[in-house]
Design a protein around this ligand. Structure first.
Ligand code: NAD
Ligand code: UDP
Length: 330
């Protein structure tokens, strides 16, 4: 299928979840490119400080709004990122997570249909569940427990993909779907309970590093700049709607990640083994052949380099100025 990148003409762009970790970097990128950027967020898992630096810009606007409710805006493109992403956040109020995924998708798709806007869904590797195919290609339908503690997120995101495809087939809405694999970097919420933020926070304080299970489970970590590059490319590529995997195919055990964080922070932390949470995927690594072929995209930041930048950011912030969104971060 043919595809070509669209030029950088100024557009009105909505970013839902725009105050979050990935959303705030995306807003920054789009504002820098001169677009008229609308950031919609309810600040459930983020803080206004993530976008303070953009508030004075004439081409940036911040709206506090919950995407489970309709909103009427006139835009050309929508990046739909609003959804709690860390397990401790999405499991805190699982029913709200399902509502956010499903009703949020319906609301942005309705807006896209009315405005004739292109809309991109931030989907996830969690649609593959605990995968039995490794690495995971987009053609794999996944192995998801429909009734477990991760289901609110996994199934919510799967239904959102279904809605995107049905609005596309039925109403010709111009959609894009990216399946994001574990992404990390500066401005992750330090109390989100995700593995990178937990390990760095613990290592910097010489506290025990909490390893769940044996630490032999694997993940593949993508640096946030690589991720933002990929989704902007996906939004502006013609003739390819996805789903497409976005992630870094370098695979590490969680134990290897712990050792690397300890080494890079020169920490005296010791490893503390805790029970593995239910349904925790055993292995995860994206097959990114499709992203390479269709988007000409390849992640360029190795884990060690990205971790050094993330550690430097954690060292620069005042942890007391961050409010844990949920108690699930220890
Ligand atoms: P994040 O928690 O920092 O960002 C999510 C943002 O959405 C937050 O600002 C939050 O306040 C907002 N939000 C949540 N519920 C909302 C609601 N009902 N209405 C309005 N705003 C709401 O997480 P992130 O890592 O930046 O993730 C962004 C998106 O990317 C999410 O959709 C997530 O599922 C997806 N994703 C992220 C990763 C990753 O590793 N970072 C992996 C896969 C998918
Ligand atoms: N993990 C861990 N210690 C922590 C946090 C997470 O060992 O303090 C493990 C977790 O069990 C999972 C992996 O690290 O196997 C990644 O967890 P995260 O919550 O970052 O995201 P997931 O990929 O599971 O959604």
């Amino acid at each position: 299928m043919s595809h070509k990148a669209v030029g950088s003409k100024t557009k009105r762009i909505l970013v839902t979840g725009g105050a979050g970790f990935l959303g705030s970097h995306l807003c920054e990128r789009l504002v820098g490119q001169g677009h008229d950027v609308l950031c919609v967020d309810n600040f459930f898992t983020s803080q206004k400080t993530n976008v303070f630096h953009l508030l004075g810009k004439p081409n940036f606007e911040l709206i506090r709004h919950d995407v489970t409710l309709p909103i009427y805006l006139e835009v050309d493109q929508i990046y739909h990122l609003a959804c709690p992403a860390a397990p401790g956040h999405y499991q805190y109020n699982p029913i709200k997570t399902v509502k956010t995924s499903v009703m949020g998708a319906i609301n942005v798709l309705g807006m896209a249909k009315r405005c004739g806007a292109r809309v991109l869904q931030a989907s996830t590797s969690e649609v593959y569940g605990d995968p039995q195919v490794h690495p995971q290609p987009e053609s794999y339908w996944g192995n998801v427990n429909p009734i477990g503690v991760r289901s609110c997120y996994d199934e919510g995101k799967r239904v959102a993909e279904t809605l995107f495809m049905d609005y596309h087939r039925m109403n010709h809405v111009d959609v894009r779907i990216v399946r994001i694999f574990n992404t990390y970097g500066p401005r992750m919420h330090p109390y989100d309970g995700r593995v990178v933020s937990n390990f760095i926070r613990q290592a910097l304080r010489d506290e025990p590093i909490t390893l769940f299970g044996t630490g032999e489970q694997t993940r593949s970590f993508c640096y946030r700049d690589d991720l933002v590059d990929s989704i902007v490319r996906m939004m502006n590529t013609e003739g390819f709607i996805g789903p497409v995997n976005i992630g870094n195919p370098d695979e590490f055990t969680i134990r290897e990640l712990a050792d690397l964080v300890i080494q890079l922070t020169e920490s005296r932390s010791e490893l503390k083994y805790l029970p593995l949470p239910p349904d925790d995927p055993t292995r995860r690594r994206p097959d990114i052949s499709l992203a390479r072929e269709k988007l000409g995209w390849n992640p360029t930041t190795p884990l060690e380099e990205g971790l050094k930048k993330t550690i430097a950011w954690f060292q620069s912030i005042d942890l007391d100025s961050y409010i844990p969104p949920t108690p699930n971060y220890k």
